[in-house]
Design a protein around this ligand. Structure first.
Ligand code: ADP
Ligand code: MG
Length: 273
């Protein structure tokens, strides 16, 4: 398979959209696996109490599993909870468990409550053996302290947009949240990537939504569009990403193309072009 060059720097993405069911988790795990397939080492941090990203990556995440809850609340080192996905030694996951549902409330009274994840990630990356090319954080749909921790730890926001009615609804709220985080917590945060997903080329509506999003966000929208595909939606029930489940399917091919675009679009990459 195609191998590409990485910057040597760790690019940290948070996958965000305040709507549920738009393809955040699907994008987080499949982009991660696609990046691994072109040679990257990638950590997915599952910040959603539902734990769908952990399920799709095939890692343990029952009530006893050490998880991001322990990192955020009890200051466990990230290295103590990170697991390797059975799919690849270069695909890592910091799992979520059901305990994370309570973290939103428990964090309120904690010191540096918005910076917990950022601190843990910095400590993790300071250890030489822990080099990562990408960190992908999967967020819950709400703008609570879990999502704020992700915004504070990340540099890039990736927004998956479903090519259906009201695709742009709620987007101005999300952009407002990013502005607020830039101002108060993380000046480097920016929306670098928008990925059109669940695209059905047979409908005029999907094309209209895609055109509308592209006209609003000329520079952010990837050329690659993720098609609506049964293989993509089936994969998690086998504890797999679509890259491992059916690597030749249209969904897998699209996610790999999107990953290559993401690598190529790194404007901060040293050495140019
Ligand atoms: P979110 O994390 O934003 O809530 P999910 O990633 O869980 O959204 O996706 C919502 C639903 O849509 C899931 O059932 C998922 O399998 C399905 N889905 C996501 N992307 C696709 C796709 N490209 N084709 C078909 N189904 C998809
Ligand atoms: Mg999700």
């Amino acid at each position: 398979s195609q191998k590409v060059e990485f910057s040597g720097r760790t690019r940290v993405f948070t996958i965000s959209n305040q709507k549920g069911g738009v393809g955040k988790t699907t994008t987080a795990v499949n982009i991660a696996a696609a990046l691994v397939s072109v040679g990257a080492r990638v950590l997915v941090i599952d910040l959603d109490p539902q734990g769908n990203a952990s399920t799709a990556l095939g890692v343990a995440h029952n009530a006893e599993t050490p998880s991001v809850y322990d990192v955020l609340i009890d200051e466990f080192p990230l290295a103590d909870i990170v697991q390797t996905s059975p799919e690849s030694p270069n695909l890592l996951c910091a799992p979520s468990t059901i305990h994370l549902a309570g973290a939103e409330i428990e964090l309120v009274s904690q010191v540096a409550r918005e910076h917990r994840l950022r601190g843990a990630l910095i400590d993790y990356l300071a250890i030489e053996d822990n080099h990562l090319d990408f960190v992908i954080i999967d967020c819950p749909p709400s703008l609570g302290l879990l999502t704020i921790n992700a915004f504070t730890a990340a540099e890039e926001v990736m927004i998956p947009i479903q090519c259906e009615y009201y695709a742009l609804e709620g987007l101005s709220q999300l952009l407002g949240s990013v502005k607020m985080i830039q101002k108060h917590l993380n000046p480097g945060l920016h929306v670098s990537t928008i990925l059109l997903t669940m695209y059905d080329g047979r409908t005029r509506l999907a094309q209209q939504v895609a055109d509308e999003v592209r006209s609003h966000f000329e520079h952010e929208v990837l050329e690659t569009v993720i098609p609506r595909s049964v293989r993509v939606s089936e994969a998690p029930s086998f504890g797999q990403t679509v890259i491992a489940y059916d690597g030749q399917s249209a969904g897998a091919i699209a996610y790999r193309e999107a990953a290559v675009e993401i690598v190529a679009r790194d404007t901060t990459k040293k050495g140019g072009s």
